[in-house]
Ligand binder design. Structure first.
Ligand SMILES: Cc1cc2nc3c(=O)[nH]c(=O)nc-3n(C[C@H](O)[C@H](O)[C@H](O)COP(=O)(O)O)c2cc1C
Length: 211
């Protein structure tokens, strides 16, 4: 039998599970603002993530400026048009149908913040020499997960957005050569009329093998 402490921990984990089960990707945002300090703290949380050899190979660009948001939207909608008209495969289209996504990306201007996340494929030391980064993609993925989770726990929604190709973000935000765009996290409160698509998540038995 479990001790009281253990039972408390189980209950606490169930509570956390139920809270995190409520996270859904939001594709239409309300204009309601969020204090910038809150978002900065969430990015600081992402910065505590584990990373290969502690190289912390991430850069977060926090965009609040409507002019820059408009530029991002314009470029993104250009690549999306091309994707939905030419590059999408039949199988991909089937998978996207229930999500009701399309080439219009209004959320890029509705969301009060766009967090543009870049992977530093390698670092540059103060002598201008290349410094090796280890597992940069995995590391930035973990940091992004922590960011999404922190925002959610504060009642703030997001969409993990990956225009394909995303390379236009490098020039648009004037990033150096060692940084590769990873994804755009649009962040805000859901639009009051937004209903996320009905999706099913795999059960624990479907994802866990216990040995
Ligand atoms: C790496 C990654 C890329 C994604 N790219 C897009 C995207 O470009 N557009 C979009 O609408 N949703 C995108 N999503 C969101 C997924 O469609 C969404 O997480 C999935 O359907 C599950 O829904 P949920 O987040 O509401 O649980 C992406 C998610 C991940 C993790």
């Amino acid at each position: 039998v479990n001790s009281k402490k253990e039972n408390d921990l189980i209950r606490q984990s169930e509570k956390l599970l139920n809270q995190l089960k409520k996270r859904r990707t939001v594709r239409f945002f309300s204009k309601k603002n969020i204090p910038r300090g809150v978002i900065e703290n969430c990015i600081a949380i992402a910065g505590t993530a584990p990373s290969g050899a502690n190289m912390q190979p991430w850069t977060f660009i926090l965009v609040e400026d409507s002019k820059i948001k408009n530029e991002i939207r314009k470029k993104a909608e250009e690549v999306e048009k091309e994707f939905y008209e030419k590059r999408i495969t039949k199988e991909w289209k089937e998978k996207l149908r229930p999500l009701k996504t399309g080439p219009k990306k209004e959320f890029l201007i509705q969301a009060p913040y766009l967090i543009c996340i870049f992977i530093q494929s390698y670092g540059i030391n103060n002598k201008g020499k290349k410094v090796k980064h280890y597992y940069p993609v995995e590391s930035v993925g973990i940091a992004t997960g922590m960011l999404i989770s922190a925002l959610h726990q504060l009642g703030i929604s997001s969409i993990t957005y990956t225009p394909a190709p995303i390379s236009f973000m490098s020039g648009l935000l004037h990033r150096p050569k060692n940084e590769k765009p990873f994804l755009i996290l649009a962040v805000g409160y859901p639009h009051p009329d937004y209903k996320p698509p009905v999706l099913r998540k795999k059960s624990l038995n479907g994802i866990l093998i216990k040995l």
